[in-house]
Ligand binder design. Structure first.
Ligand code: SF4
Ligand code: SF4
Length: 448
C-alpha cells in the first residue's frame, strides 16, 4: 500500500491561559536529582561521587558515545548519591542527587566558547549539553550536522507550539525575540544554510510581532535575513514533517530525514538557548515550563533547575487548589502521564499539567462505528482504525503494510473518535511491535 503523503488538521481548544504570563524564575530548591540519560541515544557515565562538591555548570557525566551530550549540575552543593535505576524499557540510567547549599555558586570553569567554523560550532553546541527543547530530546549537535552529501538550504524555526496549554516558546519569543533571531542566524551562518524561516501560528500575535520586529532590526544591522511566516492555528502544525510541508511544500519521504529535502528544523527555544550559550558559555542547567491545569492554584510559566522534582516545582509555584487526579508531563495530546511526583524535570520537559478528577476522566471506549473521522483527522494520511485493529491483533505484517512507523503520535485520531477508542495508545504499541520485528529480522540476517 502506497503512503499518501501529508494533510489535514484538527482544532482542539488551545487553553493557553498562561500566554500572557511572563516566565518567573523559581529558586531555593532543596535538592535536584539529575538523570545522566536525558536524550535520544546513549547518555553519560557519572564522573562525580558521593560527597563531591559541585557548582552550577560543573559536568556530572562523561558522554558515552558520539551522540551523547554532557550533563551539568543545576544547583551548587554536595553530591548526596549516584545511583543506578532501571528504566521502563529495561535500560539503565544513573541519577545524581545534589543537596543544594542554597548559594547558587556558578562554576569557575564556565567560559564563552570559541567558535571559528562549523566544526567548532558543532563541538560548542555539544559541550553545552543541548538537546531539542521542543520535547524531542534529539541531540542538537547531531541534527545540525547532517550526513555527508545532504545539502541543507533552509533552517525552519519551529515556533508553532500547537499543543494546548503550553506557552513557554511563546513567552521566550515575546521576552527574548532578538536572541531568538540571533540564535537562528548564528546557526545558519556556521552550518552554511542560506534561508531562515520561522513558522508561528496566528494565535500568537504578540510573539509573531516581536519576532518580526527583531528580524527587521537584525536585517537593518546587517546580521542577515529571517522570514517570519504566520500560519493558521491548527493541530499538529508543530510536528516536524507537517511544518516543513506548510513552510515550503516539501514532503519528507517515509523513513527519511528533513535533511533529505534540504531542511533542518529547530525549536525556537533551542535556538534562543544557542544565542545565550554563545554569549555566556553557561550550559543547559535550567528549563522553562508551563504549569497549568484545573488543580493548580497559580498557573504560569516558570524557570526551574533541571532535576528539580515536580512536587517542589508545584509547591514553589503556589501549590494546588484541588486534589491532583492526573499529572501529565507535556501537553494533553502528546504528553506522558506520570504517577510519581518526585520525578525530576528533564531537559526536554516543557509543561506540567495537573488535572482535577473532572478533567482526568478517561472515557470508556466502545466499538468502532467506522465513521472515518480518525482517517480524516490524521495529518499523515494513515488509517488509524485499521492500525489500532492490527496492533491489538499483534499483526506486524498489516502494521508494516499500513506504514505504522509514519505515525507521529499526535493523538488527533484519538481526539476526534466518537467511540473514544484508545487509538494512539495502541498505535504506539504497534510501532514498538514493528521495530521489535525488524530488529529480530536483522539479527537473523534478514533485510530491514
Ligand atoms: S474515529 Fe473511531 S469510530 Fe470512527 S472509524 Fe475511527 S476508530 Fe472507528
Ligand atoms: S496519532 Fe498517528 S495515526 Fe493518529 S492521527 Fe496522529 S499520526 Fe495519524
Amino acid at each position: 500500500m502506497k503512503w499518501l503523503g501529508l494533510s489535514r488538521a484538527i482544532h482542539p481548544a488551545d487553553r493557553k491561559g498562561t500566554a500572557g504570563l511572563a516566565i518567573k524564575p523559581l529558586s531555593g530548591f532543596s535538592r535536584v536529582t539529575i538523570p545522566l540519560d536525558m536524550q535520544v541515544g546513549p547518555g553519560c557515565e557519572a564522573i562525580v561521587a558521593k560527597g563531591d562538591h559541585v557548582d552550577i555548570g560543573d559536568p556530572l557525566g562523561k558522554p558515552l558515545g558520539s551522540w551523547s551530550v554532557p550533563v551539568h549540575a543545576s544547583v551548587s552543593g554536595v553530591v548526596e548519591s549516584v545511583r543506578e535505576q532501571i528504566l521502563s524499557d529495561g535500560s539503565h540510567a544513573q541519577y545524581v542527587t545534589i543537596i543544594s547549599d542554597g548559594k547558587d555558586t556558578v562554576s569557575d570553569h564556565i567560559q564563552k566558547p570559541v567558535v571559528t567554523d562549523h566544526a567548532s560550532f558543532i563541538e560548542a553546541i555539544r559541550s553545552s549539553g543541548l538537546v531539542g527543547l521542543g520535547g524531542a530530546a534529539f541531540p542538537t549537535h547531531i541534527k545540525l550536522n547532517p550526513p555527508p552529501g545532504k545539502k541543507v538550504d533552509t533552517l525552519i524555526v519551529n515556533a508553532a507550539e500547537c499543543e494546548p496549554y503550553i506557552t513557554t516558546d511563546n513567552r521566550i519569543c515575546i521576552e527574548n525575540a532578538d536572541d531568538c533571531i540571533a540564535g537562528a542566524l548564528a546557526t545558519a551562518q556556521w552550518c552554511n544554510i542560506d534561508n531562515v524561516v520561522i513558522g508561528i501560528e496566528d494565535n500568537k500575535k504578540d510573539a509573531a510581532a516581536a519576532l518580526k520586529e527583531a528580524a527587521k532590526r537584525a536585517k537593518r544591522e546587517g546580521q542577515g535575513n529571517v522570514e517570519v511566516k504566520v500560519l493558521p492555528t491548527s493541530y499538529p502544525t508543530g510536528a516536524e514533517k507537517v511544518l516543513i510541508n506548510l513552510i515550503n511544500g516539501r514532503i519528507v519521504p517515509e523513513g527519511g530525514l528533513p535533511a533529505d529535502v534540504g531542511v533542518i528544523v529547530q525549536n525556537v527555544t533551542t535556538l534562543w538557548f544557542i544565542a545565550q550559550y554563545l554569549k555566556t558559555g553557561m550550559p543547559l542547567v535550567k528549563k522553562w515550563i508551563t504549569l497549568d491545569g484545573g488543580a493548580v492554584k497559580t498557573p504560569g510559566n516558570f524557570e526551574v533547575p533541571i532535576g528539580s522534582t515536580i512536587e517542589e516545582v508545584i509547591e514553589k509555584a503556589g501549590g494546588l487548589k484541588a486534589e491532583a487526579r492526573k499529572i501529565i508531563m507535556g501537553g494533553p495530546m502528546m504528553g506522558v502521564a506520570v504517577d510519581d511526583i518526585t520525578r525530576p524535570i528533564l531537559k526536554h520537559n516543557n509543561a506540567i499539567l495537573v488535572f482535577t478528577e473532572e478533567e482526568a476522566i478517561l472515557p470508556e471506549e466502545s466499538a468502532c462505528i467506522q465513521c472515518g473521522r480518525c482517517f480524516r483527522a490524521c495529518p499523515m494520511k494513515l488509517m488509524p482504525a485499521a492500525l489500532d485493529k492490527a496492533a491489538r491483533a499483534n499483526n506486524t505484517a498489516e502494521l508494516e503494510e499500513r506504514h505504522v512507523l509514519n505515525c507521529i503520535e499526535c493523538g488527533s485520531c484519538t481526539y476526534v473518535c466518537p467511540a473514544k477508542r484508545y487509538l494512539v495508545q495502541n498505535i504506539r504499541i504497534g510501532k514498538a511491535l514493528v521495530r521489535a520485528a525488524r530488529a529480530a529480522a536483522r539479527e537473523k540476517g534478514g533485510k530491514d
